[in-house]
Design a binder for this molecule. Sequence first.
Ligand code: ZN
Length: 296
Amino acid sequence: MDSVCKALVFNGLVEVTAFDTTELVKEASRIHNTSPVATVALGKVLSIATFMSNSLKNKGDKLSITIATEGPIGQIVVASNGAMNVRGYVDNPNIDIPPLGNGKQNVKDAIKGGLMKVVKDLGLKDPYVGTSELVNGNVDEDFAWYFTKSEGVPTALAMAVNINESGECESAGGIVIQPMPGCTEEVLVILEDISMNFVNIDKYVQARDPHKLIDDHFGHFEIEYFEPQHPEYKCTCSEEYLKGVVRSLGRNECVNILMERGSIDIECHFCNKKYSFDKEAVIGIWQEFDKLHKKK
Ligand SMILES: [Zn+2]
């Protein structure tokens, strides 16, 4: 089972979160039939969304990350909620880019550059929207920059999606270190020192033990652990939601599609589930709509 482990270190001056997202990334890769490089790119964004949903207070709070890349992978879209249900897709899951000399996937060439947009719907009047340009294209540094610049939290992070010889995800996860307001210079120096170890993040992620990852690096300091959370790849699409999509097409377009194809077929990008609305169903959707509007 995947897990997210969070701890406060140095008397609450630093928050450290480690996560194992292996099952989640495997499921995403299975659903979208991703190539190795697409598995790593999508897997890292799914992992960071998992980390970010861990700090959503309510189960109904929603988060979405949209990265408009300039690379051949196209758009990367990930969504999650406070219940730690995470889902995502990329425009071009089949891109084939040769791995780097060290055997690692060349995520930078898949993404190149672009812009990311983070939307947090916390049930308030307006959602929080943060944007940031991609500074590297390897996802890790792009999000470290996003947290630092857009959310105002200087962040060190390291993630890995390890690919086995058959090109499949073997393990995925990472660690995020964020100093809290009031963190001392002395502590920051120690953090910098510890962060050096994370050049070996692949190896730590392989062990699939976020608690141990934190404990090995911070356990000898004052530390307080939170209850671990368990994320899952789960789509929240439903017939009801897709009916809304049909309505958003407008009455005329619905008629046009029905005349042309006999039914309105919509596929959910996140889980590939197909929804089909025949003539009768579409008429029902609009009758329901009319009924609601008369009441008002
Ligand atoms: Zn779905």
